[in-house]
Design a protein around this ligand. Structure first.
Ligand code: SF4
Length: 906
């Protein structure tokens, strides 16, 4: 029986039945595909046309129902050919595929023959499609014979995997996105959903608007855009989540909310877990008794509660314990596996879940089978007809790069990720990659911080060009479909891997006609896993034809002959040997790296609204670059005053691992003693913006996930001799200017904007400006100088008299209307540009808040004040802000507060 027949037999909607999957009604050129950014996994309709690719949310995709966030909406602007690597690079020169594949295979073979299989490693990515992941894992674990394949998802959700396995016996996400809308209480722990999973945030916001009695609690040391939706924000001390949820477990017990029947039959270790929980003191969270009681009461008396957690929980040296502390509360109350209730781990990357399903982590096998289980190993080995199989887990991410540094790894292949930026102690990781005898990077671009270190750089096909599947946070498998031709000599990752495997002598096991055949093999292996009692079973798709694969509709797993989708654990059956879940006794632990006199601040890292990971794609579009145009550091006003930090000063933030420089953003959203810096900036976009150079490589002992939320650092103002701001129609030479101490650049609709600072004041700013804008010595200029204040303004003109660029220099942080200057490059005369203030007839929109419609903060504030606006919808009507993707809606709330206060006072 095929999957299609099975679906008919069981009455389950067929994942195969939705037509070709290409083309919304009436749009034959439209392709249904999936967003390549976060783990929400939104469906996207892509329509190539003469003016580029039109992007819309897919109204039929169950993850987003037509919504897209700012990043998803701008996808069409990030897929141009600029900067793409189009042919293999070998030692910095262009080579052929044959040469690159032969060299890669020979170097890996040499290392394996001389030093053994564990002398080589793959570091892969949640950006890979499931089919890529499957082939990479098969090659490393089944044929090379090592488990040294790990993924950047280790940095994202490895603690959730470990916590799930300890509690459920399997890495199972129990619930679905619909639970977020059906819950009466949503508890968001360590999750800035508004910026990191915006469409899920929008779904919750819409549900709350429809059902005002729905409650949202946000648990985060930092007040974020997500907190603004919450009825209660609990600003706990960093790392104190276990104490908070152990206190909740005690309260559940004290208030008689334990589901005795459920735990009596389906859950083990309740008594010892409760006893251990009692050793913790919830006041260690730093919360007041009133806050604790309010939260505990709300949780205990609300049956339908979903606890959503992400990186704030996972990225910790006690991340796995935090996960289990949350799961313990749901297991104790039986609030799991039913509509509107359960724990819910949301993943950062588009295919973090696919990586888990295929064994992309060094401690997993494939199809959620266990590497250390001889029965599981034998089953996979037989299925693959593999010559060898490792018996022990391989090197997890942090250990893997340490093994590069100390010489154990002789050949490394990095796929679609940028560890020289994103790993903790990133400078040490950069040096480790540089020291590795042979490094291959396959990526879209050859200029990433990591690709620059490689011996061989292989051109990979990108989003819109390759075909395969991804799995989102609620287990929904969706197709990514190509709608653009692969440029130059680029190849899909699975193809590159198969080519190397064939060159190494394993061609028979790596001959696939395309991604559909790989998917069928993956699905068939999952059927074996299912027969061994594992959760991940999509064997219902083992026999799909290529045509059915092309037409595959978004489908939540499991997908078997008897079942498609749904929730897990509602029946009380878990994937442990005795079928009972495990509550796990956990105790709060102090931060692995406590603050010291030398490093008194706690460094927290995270994402911004409009950028993705190391900005290799999102920084290419002005729309996404204007919300946050340079690296910044949130610091509390009390600390700023104590350190003498003024608004827009530069901060030097240092740990014993490295330092960064970022613009000070003084705000009480960050607690005293803490500093928050986004994770995105690389050496391509800022001189010293890589925050992970300062992050300590401390890991969770169970999951191996690094602590990215609490590194002790020092914070000092960086006082350069001068500051500057520039806007240019040409790419600036900021990186080669003499005397530069700091630079950060971003693309704009009119060219570039650049922030600069330096310790040595140039003799002639006019010459400096010409050098910055690549002008000849005889290019015309307009120069304004105020020597007393140390201010100089220079406009450099091109041969046609148009302005090439303007430079504003000051002894203090430059105060000019940046949005006005950037926009004015295209229309204003040089003198008007240097005035840097809009005339009476021209309003300065201020920093851009709504990226879709270019609506600035000044425009919004003026509209609120002028029209007495009190709702986000009213702002939308007045300015259009927030009426497209909705990603800025959490920020719009802040503009309403003065007006709401005014109305209340009246
Ligand atoms: Fe993409 Fe935004 Fe959806 Fe995430 S929420 S999948 S980034 S459109």
């Amino acid at each position: 029986m095929t999957a299609k027949d099975a679906d008919k037999a069981t009455g389950v909607p067929s994942p195969l039945g939705g037509g070709p999957g290409l083309g919304a009604p009436g749009k034959t050129a439209t392709t249904c595909t999936t967003c390549p950014y976060c783990g929400v996994g939104c469906g996207v309709l892509a329509t190539p046309g003469p003016d580029g690719v039109e992007i819309q949310g897919d109204p039929d995709h169950p993850a987003n129902l037509g919504r897209l966030c700012s990043k998803g909406s701008a996808l069409g602007e990030t897929i141009g050919p600029e900067g793409r690597l189009l042919a293999p690079q070998i030692d910095g020169r262009t080579g052929s595929w044959d040469e690159a594949i032969a060299l890669t295979a020979a170097k890996f073979r040499e290392a394996i023959d001389e030093y053994g299989p564990d002398s080589v490693a793959f570091y892969v990515s949640g950006q890979l499609l499931t089919e890529d992941y499957y082939v990479a894992n098969k090659l490393m674990k089944g044929f090379i014979g090592s488990a040294n394949i790990d993924t950047n998802s280790r940095l994202c959700m490895a603690s959730s995997v470990a916590g799930h396995k300890r509690a459920f016996g399997s890495d199972t996400v129990p619930g679905t996105y619909e639970d977020l809308e059906e819950a009466d209480l949503i508890v968001l722990v360590g999750s800035n959903l508004a910026w990191c999973h915006p469409v899920l945030y929008q779904r919750i916001a819409a549900a709350k608007a429809a059902r005002p009695n729905m409650r949202v609690v946000n648990i985060d040391p930092r007040r974020t855009a997500t907190s603004d939706l919450a009825d209660m924000h609990l600003a706990i001390r960093p790392g104190s989540d276990v104490a908070l949820f152990n206190g909740l477990l005690e309260e559940i017990n004290a208030q008689g909310a334990v589901d005795a029947a459920f735990i009596g039959t389906h859950v083990a270790q309740f008594v010892e877990t409760l006893e251990t929980a009692r050793r913790d003191n919830p006041s260690d969270t730093g919360l007041g008794m009133d806050e604790l009681e309010a939260f505990y009461d709300l949780w205990v008396r609300t049956e339908k509660v979903v606890t959503v957690y992400s990186q704030g929980v996972n990225q910790s040296t006690s991340g796995t314990d935090k996960v289990n502390a949350i799961l313990n509360c749901h297991l104790a109350t039986g609030r799991i596996g039913h509509p509107g209730m359960g724990p819910f781990s949301v993943t950062g990357q588009p295919n973090a879940m696919g990586g888990r399903e295929t064994g992309g982590l060094a401690n997993m096998l494939a199809a959620h089978l266990e590497l250390t289980d001889p029965l599981h190993r034998a089953a996979v080995r037989a299925f693959w007809d593999a010559p060898r199989m490792p018996e022990a887990p391989g090197l997890k991410a942090v250990d893997l790069f340490e093994a590069c540094a100390d010489g154990r790894i002789k050949a490394l292949w990095v796929m679609s990720t940028n560890p020289a930026v994103s790993m903790p102690a990133a400078n040490a990781v950069r040096d480790a990659i540089a020291a590795c005898p042979f490094v291959v990077v396959s990526d879209l671009f050859a200029d990433t911080d990591t690709a620059r270190l490689a011996d061989v750089v292989l051109p990979a096909a990108g989003w819109g060009e390759k075909s395969g599947t991804v799995t989102n946070s609620d287990r929904t498998i969706s197709r990514q479909r190509p709608f653009l031709p692969a440029p130059g000599q680029t190849r899909p990752d699975w193809q590159i891997l198969c080519d190397v495997a064939a060159e190494m002598g394993w061609g028979a096991a790596f001959t696939y006609s395309g991604p559909a055949e790989i998917f069928r093999e993956h699905a068939a292996l999952s059927g074996i896993a299912g027969s061994l009692g594992r959760d991940f079973d999509i064997s219902g798709l083992s026999w799909i034809t290529d045509t059915e694969y092309d037409a595959l509709q978004p489908t939540r797993w499991p997908i078997t002959a008897s079942r498609t989708g749904g929730r897990f654990f509602g029946d009380g059956r878990f994937f442990t040997p005795d079928g009972r879940a495990r509550m796990v006794p956990v105790e709060a632990k102090p931060l692995a790296s406590p603050s010291t006199a030398e490093h008194p601040f706690v460094l927290n890292t995270g994402r911004v609204r409009d950028h993705w990971h190391t900005m290799t794609r999102t920084a290419r579009t002005p729309r996404l670059s204007q919300h946050m145009a340079e690296p910044y550091a949130e610091i509390h006003p009390v600390d700023a005053t104590r350190l003498g930090v003024r608004p827009a000063d530069l901060l030097r933030i240092a740990s014993r691992h490295g330092h960064l420089v970022a613009r000070a953003l003084i705000t009480d959203r960050t607690a005293p003693g803490a500093v928050f810096v986004p994770m995105h900036w690389t050496s391509a976009w800022a001189s010293d913006g890589r925050v992970d150079v300062a992050v300590a490589p401390k890991t969770d002992p169970v999951s191996g996930q690094p602590e990215l939320k609490a590194t002790p650092v020092s914070v000092q103002p960086y006082r350069p001799a001068w500051y500057a701001f520039a806007a240019a129609t040409v790419e600036p030479n900021d990186q080669v200017l003499p005397g530069i101490g700091y630079w950060a650049r971003a693309v704009t609709d009119t060219g570039w904007r650049i922030e600069l600072a330096g310790d040595i004041t140039p003799v002639c700013w006019e010459s400096h400006a010409k050098l910055l804008f690549g002008a000849a010595p005889d290019n015309a200029t307009v120069v304004l100088t105020d020597g007393k204040r140390g201010r100089t303004r220079v406009a450099v003109l091109g041969a046609d008299g148009a302005t090439l660029g303007v430079l504003f220099v000051d002894r203090e942080p430059v105060e000019v209307a940046r949005t006005h200057v950037v926009a004015g490059l295209a229309t204003l005369s040089a003198p008007d540009l240097l005035a840097a203030r809009p005339g009476a007839e021209m309003a300065d929109p201020g920093p851009i808040v709504c990226a879709c419609f270019n609506v600035g903060a000044n425009t919004i504030a003026d509209a609120v004040a002028a029209h007495g606006l009190t709702t986000i919808e009213a702002i939308g009507e007045a300015t259009s802000a927030g009426t497209n993707c909705g990603s800025c809606r959490p920020e719009l709330r802040a503009f309403l507060l003065p007006q709401i206060d005014k109305v209340a006072a009246e």
